[in-house]
Every structure is written in structure tokens, then in C-alpha cells.
Design a protein around this ligand. Structure first.
Ligand SMILES: Nc1ncnc2c1ncn2[C@@H]1O[C@H](COP(=O)(O)OP(=O)(O)O)[C@@H](O)[C@H]1O
Ligand SMILES: [Mg+2]
Length: 412
């Protein structure tokens, strides 16, 4: 039977005397019927909904459900976002895309799978460094499922009052399980930190235990997504609650290419995109978006129809150098470009240096940077730029982000 999941939820709500659940799922069913062209049935359902007595509605809470709030601060515990399918685009590696598609298929067929005895709870844990698109993926999933995204607000969930955090989590989970939605726990580590952390007190243990119980009690129809930059902090028991675990790493070249194309759109330069991709190694999707938008601003102000290639290379080199913790001086930019095998003419245009200066810099780099066994990072002559010299190389190489120190992205 089609839409059996909604019917089951309506019955469940009725048996628990929960008018709100009945109304919410009846509205969801009505929307599905309308979409299927079953207009007469949808109208009939609406007549029933219109016929609910005001007393009963008042008893249920309200027609437009208010979000639960923290008792002390009166701040709402979540934000609600409604997205149309196709509205939140996520650009993903092919292996992640196939996991995401499988998740969407299972989430849409929960009832069928439960009935067949092979139910899988639609719960996904997304982890990886900041700016790689974890929040965007959660928005994408909600949009594709046609469900509102209920994002927990950690600032109001975590209360300084003893016992209130666990109570807030409970309120939020109860609220989410009463209506069709995607419950999204962003910055999940704030709630699900390991219980054996010596510095934390009993309160944290109670929060994690409560969190696990709430997750376990969620009905299979409720979609749960959690995201974190600090997966190493998560309690071991938390991992088992998520049947889908998505490791989103910093984008590889093909993905950086796709991200740049999607952000630059009609402003895409006609050449040297592959070089921009090369220069962007170690940058997140968020950083690429900033570079692209900055370049578009520059092009619009200059009255250009497309972003000039030298502007894109300049901004990309600048951002990459900053991400490596160095100062983006013109000579550091030229050095970085040359290091990445950019022709001298283009390196000059992209670094705002004269061709002659770039030729000299290139010659200096060849002479000054001698092969040094296992030397780490050292200062170079005039520019003061940092270069990492590998054993046996004959050219100075700007350090990769994260090399020689723990990835700052992961710690941020
Ligand atoms: N893979 C991606 N697909 C689409 N947009 C992305 C991607 N990676 C980053 N972004 C963009 O970068 C910005 C930050 O992404 P976000 O999802 O907030 O990252 P995270 O949650 O991992 O820190 C958003 O504007 C998003 O559109
Ligand atoms: Mg995020």
C-alpha cells in the first residue's frame, strides 16, 4: 500500500492521544496525495483536518508547532529550514555520492524495509575537516527527501544548569519524532564527547547516556544526521548508532575542478582552470567558494564577462599561501606559482611582478635552494618566505597545508 508509513504514523499518534502527531502526518499524507494527482482524496483529508475542534487543537499544543525552548534562557533548541528538492546542491566524490544515494533510497523505503525484516535506521554521521560541505550535505539530504531540516542549536541545548542539557536533548528528540523532519545535530562532538574524558564530570556522562537512549528510541521513520569536525572525540558507543558514516575529506583535484566550475558559472575563465585546480591543493570547498566569489566581484567591477585567468591564479595562490600559515607577499605568490610549474610570463601577470623580476626570482630559486638531506622548513634569503626542502630536490617547495604540523583544518 502506498504511503503506508504516513498511515502508520497517524495511527501511532492516535493511539498515544497525540493530536499533534496525527495532524502533522495527515498534512504530510495530504501533500503526497496532491503530488500524486489524487486530488479528491487530498481534499477529503483536508476536510477532516478542518473539522478538528479548536479545543482538541489547543489540547494538542497549537496548529503551527512551536519549537521547544530551554527553560532558563527561553532560547529555541533548534532552527527550522524548509528546502525544495534541488535547492541545496552538494558536489560529492563518486564513492560518497553512491553512499548518499543509497541512504536516500533506504530513507524513502523505510516502511517497506521494516516490513521485510531488513529495516535500517536512516541515520548518518558525517565527519571531516571544516568547510568540506558537511552542513551542505545535510541540507541536500533534507531537500531531496522533501522534509524540513531541524538543526539543533548547541548553544541553547547545552545548559549550565545541572541536568538541563539532558532534559533539552529529550525535548528536542520528542519534538522531532512527532513530525516528519530531518533532525540534524551539527557540531555533534559538543554533545557526544567521550565519556572517559578525565576532565569532564558526571554531567557529561549523563548527557551521552541520555543522547544514546534518545537515539535508540527514535522511530525508524525519523531521519537523523550528525556532523562533526572532531570525530576522534566521539564516544565509541555513538558510532554504532549510525548505519551510514561518511568521511568527507578535503577535495581531490576532480572535485576541486567541479567545485570551481560550479562557483564560477558563466564567469569561468577560458583557460588555466587546470592550473588553478593544481594551486588549490589542500583547500576546502568553502575556501574555493570564497576565491571564486572574490574573483567574480573583481570581474564585475572591472566590467569583464569572465574572470581573467591571472586574477584567479593570483587569488588561488594567495589563499593557498595563507592556508599554509605564511604571508602572501608578491614574491611568495610568484615563488608559489613557479614552484607549481607556472610559465614565467603567467607567473608575472598573476603575481603583479615584472617579467624581469620573475626571471631573476626563478634563477635565484634554482641557485639558492640546494639539495639538503632531510631538512625541514627554513627561511629563504630576501623574501623571508618559508620553503620546505625535500631530500634530493633541486627546487624550493612551499609546504603543503598540514605538512610538518597537525592539520590546522582538523583542529579548527
Ligand atoms: N562538497 C561541497 N558541495 C557543495 N558546496 C560545498 C562543498 N564543500 C563546501 N561547500 C560550500 O562551502 C561552504 C561551507 O560548507 P559547509 O557545508 O558549511 O562546510 P562544513 O559543514 O563541512 O564546515 C558552503 O557555502 C557550501 O556551499
Ligand atoms: Mg558545518
Amino acid at each position: 500500500m502506498q504511503h503506508f508509513g504516513d498511515v502508520l504514523k497517524i495511527i501511532e499518534g492516535g493511539l498515544k492521544f497525540n493530536v499533534q502527531t496525527v495532524v502533522n502526518y495527515a498534512q504530510a499524507l495530504k501533500a503526497r496525495l496532491e503530488k500524486d494527482g489524487e486530488l479528491q482524496q487530498a481534499r477529503l483529508l483536508q476536510t477532516k483536518l478542518d473539522g478538528i475542534s479548536p479545543t482538541l487543537m489547543a489540547y494538542s499544543g497549537s496548529t503551527a508547532p512551536e519549537l521547544p525552548v530551554d527553560q532558563e534562557s527561553q532560547l529555541e533548541l533548534a532552527d527550522i529550514e524548509k528546502l525544495a528538492p534541488g535547492e541545496a546542491h552538494a558536489i560529492l566524490d563518486t564513492h560518497i555520492r553512491s553512499d548518499v544515494d543509497r541512504f536516500l533510497t533506504y530513507a524513502r523505503a523505510t516502511d517497506q524495509l521494516v516490513e521485510a525484516g531488513v529495516g535500517v535506521a536512516p541515520r548518518m554521521l558525517i565527519f571531516g575537516p571544516p568547510g568540506v560541505g558537511k552542513t551542505q550535505l545535510a541540507r541536500h539530504l533534507a531537500a531531496e527527501l522533501g522534509l524540513p531540516l531541524m538543526t539543533a542549536r548547541c548553544d541553547s541545548l547545552i545548559s549550565s544548569y545541572l541536568g538541563s542539557t539532558a532534559k533539552n536533548i529529550r525535548k528536542l528528540f520528542d519534538h522531532a519524532s512527532e513530525r516528519p523532519c530531518v533532525l540534524f545535530l551539527d557540531e555533534f562532538d559538543a554533545l557526544a564527547k567521550a565519556r572517559d574524558d578525565a576532565q569532564e564530570l558526571g554531567e557529561l556522562k549523563r548527557v551521552v547516556v541520555g543522547l544514546l537512549q534518545n537515539i535508540d528510541a527514535l522511530p525508524p521513520s525519523c531521519v537523523l544526521i550528525a556532523a562533526t569536525n572532531h570525530q576522534q572525540l566521539l564516544d565509541a558507543a555513538v558510532w554504532r548508532r549510525f548505519s551510514f558514516r561518511i568521511n568527507m575529506d578535503l577535495p581531490r583535484p576532480e572535485l576541486r575542478d567541479a567545485l570551481l566550475r560550479s562557483y564560477l558559472k558563466s564567469f569561468l575563465p577560458s583557460e588555466h582552470l587546470d592550473r588553478a585546480v593544481l594551486l588549490s591543493e589542500g583547500l576546502s570547498g568553502a575556501a574555493l567558494r570564497e576565491v571564486a566569489e572574490d574573483c567574480i566581484r573583481g570581474a564585475v567591477i572591472a566590467g569583464e564577462q569572465t574572470v581573467p585567468a591571472h586574477l584567479l591564479l593570483h587569488r588561488m595562490a594567495q589563499t593557498s599561501i595563507i592556508a599554509r600559515g605564511m604571508s602572501p607577499t608578491e614574491s611568495a605568490i610568484a615563488r608559489f606559482l613557479l614552484d607549481n610549474k607556472t610559465p614565467q610570463r603567467l607567473a608575472a601577470a598573476a603575481s603583479n611582478m615584472s617579467r624581469r623580476q620573475v626571471i631573476k626570482l626563478s634563477a635565484d630559486m634554482k641557485v639558492k635552494v640546494k639539495p639538503v638531506a632531510k631538512e625541514g622548513i627554513r627561511k629563504t634569503g630576501k623574501s623571508g618566505g618559508l620553503v620546505a626542502v625535500d631530500k634530493g630536490t633541486d627546487s624550493g617547495k612551499v609546504q603543503k597545508p598540514g605538512a610538518g604540523r597537525k592539520s590546522s583544518a582538523k583542529r579548527a
